[in-house]
Write a protein that binds this ligand. Structure first.
Ligand SMILES: N[C@@H](CCC(=O)N[C@@H](CS)C(=O)NCC(=O)O)C(=O)O
Length: 273
């Protein structure tokens, strides 16, 4: 089996697939698409992924898009190393997590990341004209069906963009859901066994960590999430899939821009700092 993964270092969806493939022991060749430079808008890439998003998996010539679908596809190809629960109830519970990630958490993460950090990175690297072209190139049907307008608004107005504060609260509500799911000494989100639910949530918690926002769960706020993330960070595949693919300048941007945005985020969430 030959796999080619079109991906980007800081993309949460791409990180999910890299993590799932590593946990399943599947090797892949990578094509790096810099989504902060606009490489996803290359017509050749759009033929593979009409929404101009990463990741895209090509398996022996077959194109599969959408990270959750890719993970399910890979599990059917390689069932011996399944990361999906076999028990029907646990499978349903895991799907609640992946569905919620796709429908709610992912758009919230896109908003919060652009508002807190990416807007500064694209402005710094692309300049005013470059940013205009970058925003204009986003197809109407992209990360969400209104991502073009939202990305434009988050990039131009930051925390003043309509709905930005609600996205911070929505993001936080998923940490609260995790806290509840881990109650009673559960190490993992579903059935107390590491699964796709943990894989799917990892990039989103890690995004906040990389943006210097561990205060969303540390200092006694969400102790179960804190312990869960410590377990995740200790996994052998964590660093190579979630950290090492992010270029140094982007890692620095996320850390520094995120730290500058922390006061605003903490205010929205009424976290004392
Ligand atoms: N439903 C897709 C969403 C993919 C997605 O939103 N990818 C983001 C990065 S995590 C992207 O490529 N964004 C490009 C852009 O904002 O122009 C999936 O799960 O793969």
């Amino acid at each position: 089996m030959t796999f080619t993964l079109y991906h980007h270092g800081s993309s949460v969806c791409a990180a999910k697939v890299r993590f799932a493939m590593a946990e399943k022991g599947l090797d892949w060749d990578g094509v790096y698409i810099d989504i902060l430079k606009g490489e996803q808008f290359d017509p050749a890439y759009q033929k593979l992924n009409p929404k101009s998003v990463v990741p895209t998996l090509v398996h022996d010539g077959t194109v599969i898009v959408d990270s959750t679908v890719i993970c399910e596809y890979l599990d059917q190809l390689a069932p011996d190393t399944s990361v999906h629960p076999t028990d029907p109830v646990e499978r349903a519970q895991a799907r609640y997590w992946t569905k919620a990630v796709d429908e709610d958490l992912h758009p919230a993460c896109g908003a919060v990341t652009f508002v807190c950090s990416h807007r500064h990175t694209v402005l710094k690297n692309l300049g005013e004209e470059g940013v205009k072209k970058f925003l204009a190139s986003t197809p109407p049907m992209s990360v969400t069906s209104n991502w073009k307008d939202l990305k434009d608004s988050y990039t131009r107005f930051g925390f003043d963009a309509p709905g930005a504060a609600e996205k911070v609260k929505l993001y936080d509500s998923y940490l609260q859901k995790m806290e509840a799911a881990l109650e009673g000494g559960n190490d993992w989100l579903v059935g107390n066994t590491f699964s796709i639910a943990d894989i799917a949530m990892t990039p989103y918690v890690n995004r906040l960590a990389m943006m210097s926002m561990r205060g969303m769960w540390e200092n006694g706020r969400l102790p179960n999430v804190e312990k869960w993330f410590a377990r995740i960070e200790a996994l052998p595949n964590f660093k190579k899939c979630l950290i090492d693919w992010v270029p140094e300048d982007l890692t620095n941007d996320l850390r520094e821009n995120g730290a500058k945005s922390w006061t605003e985020v903490a205010n929205i969430l009424e976290i004392e700092i």
